[in-house]
Write a new protein. Structure first.
Lengths: 266, 317
């Protein structure tokens, strides 16, 4: 529940960014630079080295983080599910597909994402694609594992006996019974994606500087860490809040949807 | 045992082949002409032609692939465009730094991860358990590079306890190395401590409910011996399984952490290569790291089979 509240809060920030933000996140005001956070509607989170409003940049950064997270989750729920279902259902394709997944998973996840993003050149789309390539094999593996169990069940055999085609068996009979672990996995992937997007933009491989991003803010704030530590600390707290909310939500979903996986509560 | 090792090694060959193909393919993802991208906006046509020739980009695809594998079998990962020396040499030169940091972070992870997990399980549903599980959850949710920066603000800027620049090698001065390596290692280890504590806690709770634990208690053993000797033996099994994963995350985390603390290891080597578009370095470095991690994982699996005979029998079926 706490997770849901925290995550909803971040979603609300992103959705109502234009109302919450006191002004344009990219508007510079040199005379207003390095104002520390204070109890004030406009200067709640202070200003940065160019006098840009930190509150505006944080709420607009929420949009980017959530959109990238959502993009990765969507691509995962399409391709991860498709590939996992095919590998689990058509046994002949299973071997080669899982070897490919193993190879992709042999790279440390963030390194592979960095490599792909570095080659494709920095942009928000690049981040989505790079992170999807990293997480799709993991999603596919989880879907495959559930499909392997469900495809042997009697109701699937009954469907086959009654003349249903492969596509119908997969989409109508098998997949609905594989949703629980998938949904749990997707909520954790959302959390990883937000965290990894921050790493990519911290390294200069995410969205261009004109779009406020939490990772970029941390990397820009780093230069002034001695004089103006809030430039670094505030965006990090935003990332931590979002990821913590998503992790808590994932734990909660797992307890509800898939009690077998529940971490021992006693 | 011998046949298990052979089987495990054979299984890794096709994966290694695909891994190398993927790292070869990374350069092919560069949109447009990589030579122009590498040369930058100020490069002359002759310079670009030169880069193209050096990288073999002027040759047909299958020849490029052939040359890539031919070199790879001879242990040649290509030449760094930026440093002007072989990738393998540059990586091996810096490896000791990254290895020493990873070992330090690994020690922290195992010590604190297990301690927190066991403590939480033994004091289940008390405030200690609450604090430990909350700490573990927060650890999993913090961006490690940010944690590193916050520690710099706190321990270097405000308190002046720990230094942040001019890294010292372990072999030069172990005490000064410890002062330099502590913050980066803690930043690296935090996420893993959280993960390991969660796993340890749940395994410990499960183990403590087993019959053999009840027997041990019934024969009058003091509680600490029941936990330390009887329960711990079983708690260690899942811990060994995740060591491979932990290593992988530690090493990939070092790319960012080394840049944050300006530590001249493999991580910052790759970080710089990314910023300066040194594609051969990125390609070769990635392949090197992936291959080393695969080997380490095989080693962990073999150790695991050694400790737990059930694994080798299951795998043989």
């Amino acid at each position: 529940m706490i997770g849901l509240v925290m995550f909803s809060f971040v979603v609300a920030l992103a959705v109502f960014a234009w109302w919450i933000a006191p002004n344009d996140p990219n508007r510079t005001a040199i005379r207003m630079r390095f104002r520390p956070p204070q109890l004030d509607r406009v200067l709640l989170l202070g200003t940065d080295n160019l006098g840009r409003n930190m509150l505006s940049r944080i709420v607009h950064g929420a949009q980017l983080s959530l959109l990238i997270g959502l993009g990765v989750v969507l691509l995962n729920s399409v391709f991860g599910v498709l590939l996992g279902a095919v590998a689990g259902y058509f046994r002949k394709l299973d071997g080669p597909m899982m070897r490919l997944a193993d190879a992709l998973m042999a790279f440390p996840s963030i390194l592979l994402a960095i490599g792909i993003a570095a080659a494709l050149g920095p942009s928000a789309w690049t981040a989505v694609i790079a992170l999807s390539v990293v997480y799709i094999p993991r999603t596919a593996r989880i879907v495959r594992a559930s499909v392997l169990v469900v495809r042997e069940m009697e109701f699937v055999q009954a469907a086959r006996a009654s003349g249903a085609g492969h596509w119908r068996i997969i989409s109508r009979h098998i997949m609905p019974n594989c949703m629980a672990p998938l949904i749990v996995q997707l909520s954790f992937i959302f959390a990883y994606a937000v965290l990894s997007e921050a790493v990519l933009s911290f390294l200069g491989l995410g969205a261009p500087p004109s779009i406020p991003s939490w990772g970029t803010m941390i990397s820009e704030g780093r230069t002034y860490i001695r004089e103006a530590s809030w430039l670094t600390i505030v965006p990090g707290c935003a990332i931590a809040l979002t990821v913590l909310g998503l992790n808590l939500m994932g734990d909660g979903l797992r307890d509800v949807l898939d009690p077998r996986l529940k971490i021992e509560q006693g | 045992m011998g046949s298990y090792i052979v089987r495990r090694l054979l299984q890794s060959i096709p994966i290694l082949l695909i891994v190398s193909l993927i790292s070869f393919g990374i350069m092919k993802l560069v949109p447009g002409d990589p030579a122009i991208v590498i040369g930058g906006p100020n490069a002359t046509a002759a310079e670009i032609e030169n880069i193209r020739k050096n990288l073999g980009l002027d040759r047909p695809f299958h020849v490029q692939l052939g040359v890539f594998y031919w070199n790879l079998f001879q242990g040649d990962l290509g030449r760094s465009l930026l440093l002007g020396k072989p990738v393998l040499e540059a990586v091996i030169e810096r490896a000791p730094i990254t290895i020493s940091l990873s070992i330090y972070a690994m020690v922290l992870t195992i010590a604190f991860g297990i301690a927190i997990g066991v403590l939480a399980a033994l004091r289940q549903n008390t405030w200690i358990d609450q604090v430990a599980t909350t700490f573990a959850l927060i650890g999993v949710s913090l961006p490690n590079f940010w944690l590193g920066l916050v520690m710099i603000v706190l321990f270097s800027v405000h308190l002046g306890w720990l230094p942040t620049n001019s890294y010292v090698d372990f072999s030069d001065d172990p005490v000064r190395w410890l002062r330099h390596a502590t913050m980066p290692s803690v930043a690296l280890a935090m996420l893993q401590i959280g993960l390991l504590a969660r796993i340890t806690r749940s395994t410990m709770l499960e183990t403590l409910r087993q019959d053999y634990i009840r027997t041990a208690r019934a024969k009058g053993l003091p509680e600490w011996r029941v936990v330390a000797k009887h329960a711990m033996a079983n708690v260690m099994i899942p811990v060994i399984t995740v060591i491979g994963i932990i290593l992988s995350v530690l090493i990939s985390g070092s790319v960012v952490i080394e840049s944050v603390f300006s530590i001249p290891g493999i991580g910052s080597l790759l970080g710089n290569a990314i910023l300066r578009r040194d594609y051969t370095m990125i390609q070769g470095g990635l392949l090197f790291v992936a291959a080393v991690l695969m080997l380490l994982n095989i080693l962990v699996d073999i150790l695991y089979a050694w400790f737990d005979p059930r694994v080798r029998y299951d795998a043989g079926k």
